[in-house]
Design a protein around this ligand. Structure first.
Ligand code: UD1
Length: 427
């Protein structure tokens, strides 16, 4: 298995181009199931999760092809063309769904267009049990009959879905996305209340509108969808990755660096920028993006993860590394997932002073972290270990780096171009 080796202590200086958001790209790819015409997506990141979704769709009969040439063999500047003819299979098999929970996003589009879907029930994952009950309840409210059998979700709506008033009891990103896609082809009007407002949900809604859907309230917590008979093809560029941006902003801050994050959109990152500023990080909006500078005097802060526009759970592990090397104490509370502190014992092995009490972590800043052998457990925990390695004294070796490849495009390349000493050792 590959490992990542980092010699810490180098300030990062230069520019990093922010790629397309994985969490926007995945639902956008699933929307191709809503139309027989071709959907063309650009600004897709080159990541393992994107390949998994491509694989799932092509197994189901969608024609997936890459158009155009990219200079570095990546997806940058290329367009992914997806065509889901009327003969598409409506089963998403276990082997593919178990690799990536977001595969469940094919459920809404399949029932809406074909009146049937059989999708493997995603299992738990490292950060919690992560049920899909809210997706299923909402589809039932839209007239689908749902059965769970042999590990599969079997959904049927032979006469099509009908519009309904859906009130999500919890904010759910995937649930909002599944129902938004389904509602575009349902009969009549669907109201989605307490909808997730994450920028990736708005990106999906904007793409659906480009495909002919009727959606009002984009960016708010109440989406009104008026069903149409059919959707058509479109060309759409995936929004930039705010989590990638936030992760590199922290890399600049903790190494006393100076990075220009090209293409970063501060409007999608206000909560993270606020906390960084409170911690003493210098952030300057420039024409090409956001410049982030470490001031050498980081200070502790308190933060709680919340649905957008609150502080994202996907930035919690990275922010903890900043707290670990800041002056004073910080309190970090995780309110979205029940088991999202797996990076804590690994950071403690590197010398961090962190105590977890229920859903809060008290982090007392230390003078320095020390390189160690550590184990990646999930995507965002893995990148937090990379950040810790960049600021630690000595060598850090990260095992199980396949987690990183799910969500960070050309990570070693982007960081080493800015002065980090980081390499992947094939194993
Ligand atoms: C998405 C993101 C993930 C991010 C998360 C929260 C993608 C591909 N993934 O995940 O990176 O961390 O949003 O911002 O976009 N829940 C239920 N029942 C449901 C659905 C959710 O109880 O039917 C709970 C979950 O267990 C969790 C909370 O609601 O505690 C939020 O989950 P949700 O927003 O649905 O996360 P995902 O869409 O899976």
């Amino acid at each position: 298995m590959d490992t990542i080796h980092i010699q810490g202590g180098r300030p990062l200086k230069g520019a990093i181009k922010i790629g397309g958001a994985k969490n926007a790209a995945l639902p956008l790819m699933a929307t191709s199931l809503l139309t027989a015409e071709t959907l063309r997506l650009s600004n897709l990141p080159h990541l393992a999760d994107i390949s998994t979704m491509s694989h799932l769709l092509s197994e189901m009969g969608t024609t997936v092809s890459m158009e155009g040439n990219a200079p570095n063999g990546g997806h940058m500047g290329r367009v992914l063309a997806l065509t889901s003819s009327d003969g598409v299979e409506t089963t998403a098999p276990y082997d593919l769904v178990r690799k990536m929970r977001a595969s469940v996003l094919v459920l809404g589009p399949l029932v809406a267009r074909f009146g049937h879907a059989r999708v493997s029930l995603p299992g738990g994952c490292a950060i919690g049990t992560r049920p899909v009950d809210l997706h299923l309840k909402a589809l039932e409210a839209m007239g689908a009959e749902i059965e769970l059998s042999e590990g599969y979700i079997e959904a049927r709506a032979p006469n099509g879905l009908v519009g309904a008033h859906i009130l999500f009891s919890n904010v759910t990103v995937g649930g909002t996305e599944n129902i938004l896609m389904a509602a575009t082809l349902a009969k009549g009007e669907t109201i989605i209340a307490n909808a997730a407002r994450e920028p990736e949900v708005s990106d999906l809604a904007n793409c659906l509108v480009a495909m002919g859907a009727k959606i009002e309230g984009i960016g708010t917590d109440t989406l009104k969808v008026t069903g149409v008979k059919s959707l058509h093809g479109a060309e759409y560029a995936v929004v930039g990755d705010r989590i990638e941006m936030g992760s590199y902003a922290i890399a600049a801050a903790i190494t006393d660096g100076d990075l220009l994050l090209e293409g970063a959109r501060p409007d999608l990152m206000e909560s993270v920028i606020d906390v960084l500023k409170k911690a003493g990080v210098e952030i300057i909006e420039e024409e090409k993006g956001l410049r982030v500078r470490g001031s050498g005097r980081l200070k502790g802060f308190d933060v709680m993860t919340e649905p957008f526009p609150g502080f994202p759970t996907d930035m919690q592990a990275q922010m903890m590394v900043l707290a670990a090397v800041a002056g004073g104490a910080s309190m970090i509370t995780e309110s979205i997932f029940e088991n999202r502190f797996m990076h804590v014992p690994e950071l403690v092995r590197m010398g961090a002073n962190i105590n977890v009490h229920g859903s809060s972590a008290i982090v007392r800043g230390v003078d320095h972290l020390s390189g160690a052998q550590v184990m990646a457990t999930d995507l965002r925990a893995s990148v937090s270990l990379v950040l810790a390695g960049l600021v630690a004294r000595g060598e850090t070796v990260i095992n199980r780096v396949y987690h990183l490849d799910r969500g960070y495009e050309r990570l070693e390349e982007k960081l080493s171009a800015c002065g980090a000493v980081i390499e992947r050792v094939k194993g």
